[in-house]
Design a binder for this molecule. Structure first.
Ligand code: PHE
Length: 448
């Protein structure tokens, strides 16, 4: 059977930027900014994106497009008969773990979107009331599971539609809408009275806040945000046409992801400061602090609807990319039909996700290494699996693949002059800088 491919450059960009842009940008990035001190964190983050994450994205592109197969099979195909094939195992487990907890937040977004549509925030007058509404909501056993279920079902249905008819089509329609909506919200937030303090927080670095912990968090966030090290970009890259320019497409994805995170920051921080609230409310920032702001600010009800719509779209385009890794594996390695494969992934992630959801309520006492199941999965994936996965991807491209093959893929057989000229520099980063920096940060994080 012929493999499906993405059909247009725009489609590739929207699908891959769709994977990158997600809850990581709109939920994780803002609260990390709040916890790690604003602009200084952003600076380290930008360095991480361009010096490390972008070269890793090149590698995922190179491995995926060259192998023309799913993330599990790719390593075995490019290095047959070696132990490298086991690297693919990370891409079997990491995406399942991530979808399972990601879809819980996806479900919250879905339910908050409905709440916003029915003007559910306007009845609350104090911040504390919205806090306790959120706490009651996430700790109740059934309702969040309902959101999680619907969110996963929508994801599965889109993936069932195929690479072209499902994933590419959804991305092409939804990503531009998402972008416009978030820009509108940012304009509204930045024109609020008292917004300037939030803008200073975003753009004026305080270097005394820089610690190894902040650097490690920025690195982890840059991997998470660019969907690296867990097979998603690699799988999508295997659907990219041989004529696409890997360097350009990767740069476009990294830049849009960064710009989007900044716009999301501009949509959130100025409003948080304008209302005299703390940016340090952690993962609850988007679900507790923002609804309060929406209940207070002029046009807030409308902005609230738009915000949770954007959050939902961003989450969906990312979760379909995570789903696709497993589906591609089951279809190509196990000979399953796409529909059966999607349903199987649905079932597994649905069940595991239920436990993640319950870890906010009835199972909150159940801890693994001092974390609830949800936190454990979040840390395990962002700080551990994705870092190790990214490390192995650069090692594979830099030390196992032949330099000539890597260059051939990166330069489309030597036909892209610009890529030929920068290749030696990129090769140096892939072989030396990227692996060493990842080890350094990883170790410093373990021992601090
Ligand atoms: N990059 C996505 C986000 O920012 C999350 C994600 C991680 C998606 C890993 C796919 C793979 O939300």
């Amino acid at each position: 059977m012929k493999r499906e491919n993405f059909t247009s450059r725009f489609g590739v960009l929207m699908a891959m930027a769709g994977s990158a842009i997600g809850l990581g940008n709109m939920w994780r990035f803002p609260y990390m900014l709040g916890e790690y001190g604003g602009a200084a964190f952003i600076l380290v983050y930008i360095l991480c994106v361009f010096l490390l994450s972008l070269p890793i994205l090149f590698c995922e592109f190179i491995i995926g497009r060259r192998s023309q197969t799913n993330a599990f099979g790719a390593f075995g195909k490019l290095a047959p008969g070696t132990a490298w094939k086991w690297v693919g195992l990370i891409s079997l487990f990491a995406p399942l773990i991530i979808v399972s907890y990601y879809s819980v937040i996806g479900g919250w977004s879905l339910q908050y979107f409905f709440k916003a549509c029915t003007f559910g925030f306007t009845d609350y007058v104090t911040h504390e009331e919205l806090d306790s509404m959120f706490n009651d909501f996430v700790s109740s056993p059934l309702i969040p599971i309902l959101g999680h279920t619907f969110f996963l079902l929508i994801t599965a249905l889109i993936v069932m539609g195929g690479v072209k008819g499902g994933i590419e089509r959804f991305g092409k329609v939804m990503m531009p809408i998402l972008f416009v909506v978030v820009v509108l919200i940012a304009v509204r937030a930045m024109t609020l009275e008292g917004a300037s303090e939030g803008i200073t927080y975003l753009f004026k670095p305080d270097f005394s806040k820089l610690t190894p912990e902040v650097c490690a968090a920025a690195l982890g966030q840059s991997f998470f945000s660019l969907s690296l090290g867990c097979g998603t970009m690699l799988t999508y890259a295997s659907y990219v046409n041989k004529s696409e320019n890997i360097a350009k497409s990767s740069a476009a994805i990294a830049v849009s992801d960064l710009v989007f995170a900044m716009i999301a920051g501009c949509a959130i921080m100025p409003a948080v400061f304008a209302f005299g609230l703390s940016p340090q409310s952690g993962p609850g920032l988007v679900f507790k602090t923002l609804p309060f702001i929406f209940s207070q600010m002029p046009l807030g009800a409308l902005v609230g609807i738009l915000f949770f719509l954007a959050l939902l779209i961003a989450a969906l385009t990312s979760s379909i990319s995570l789903f696709e890794v497993g589906v591609a594996y089951l279809v190509e390695e196990k000979g399953m039909k796409r529909r059966t494969a999607s349903l199987s992934i649905f079932l597994v992630t649905w069940i595991v996700g239920i436990f993640c959801s319950l870890s906010f309520g009835p199972l909150s006492e159940f801890e693994i290494l001092g974390n609830t199941l949800f936190d454990f999965f979040d840390k395990l994936s962002a700080n551990f699996l994705m870092t190790i996965g990214s490390f192995l991807v650069v090692l594979f491209a830099g030390w196992k693949m032949k330099k000539a093959d890597v260059m051939d893929e990166f330069t489309n057989g030597g036909t892209l002059g610009g890529n030929v000229r920068m290749f030696n520099f990129i090769w140096f980063i892939i072989r030396w800088i990227a692996p060493l920096v990842i080890i350094a940060i990883f170790l410093s994080n373990l021992f601090i």
